[in-house]
Design a protein. Structure first.
Length: 168
């Protein structure tokens, strides 16, 4: 076991505090990748472990949110690659409500979001459900800000078309 410097101990304390205060958001983000409760919990667990092991890679404590979300994103992608599957949604809405995780008021919206390709859905979830800025989303996904803006615009357009089609 390596000894942590004073700076690293302070970072560790802040990381732990952030994780505890935002565990539901981190879970929802992981869930948006795999659509499975247990897999999402495993991903968050792996991300927490990696964040604590790699404290030295956090250069600025003010960017802790985007740093942790990037770790969760990378863990989710690794999980999907490792399992060579994309788990289809198996939990029904009643189970989600009973657990108390994020539920959408509009079931049509939730279903339309689930039908979106992942690259659009992730950006929309981070922007509107996790209230992140475009710059933070770009950093998390290792993409250019203009790419994120384009995906957001295209994803919202697809979402709008899908919701309009459902109304008719």
């Amino acid at each position: 076991m390596k000894l942590l410097s004073l700076v690293e101990r302070k970072k560790e304390k802040q990381i732990k505090k952030y994780i505890v205060e935002n565990k539901e958001s981190l879970y929802r983000f992981a869930y948006s990748y795999v659509k499975n409760k247990d897999d999402a919990l495993d991903i968050v667990h792996d991300a927490v472990c990696k964040s604590l092991v790699n404290i030295n890679t956090l250069k600025n404590i003010d960017s802790i949110k985007s740093w942790i979300y990037q770790i969760v994103s990378n863990c989710a992608i690794d999980y999907i690659r490792k399992n060579k599957k994309y788990v289809a949604i198996s939990d029904d809405l009643q189970e989600e409500k009973a657990i108390g995780y994020d539920t959408y008021e509009d079931i049509d919206l939730q279903e339309a979001l689930e039908r979106l390709p992942e690259k659009y859905r992730i950006v929309i979830v981070l922007r509107y459900f996790e209230d992140m800025k475009i710059g933070d989303i770009a950093q998390i996904l290792n993409e250019n800000e203009n790419t994120i803006k384009t995906r957001l615009y295209n994803g919202l357009s697809k979402l709008k078309i899908d919701l309009i089609d459902e109304e008719e």
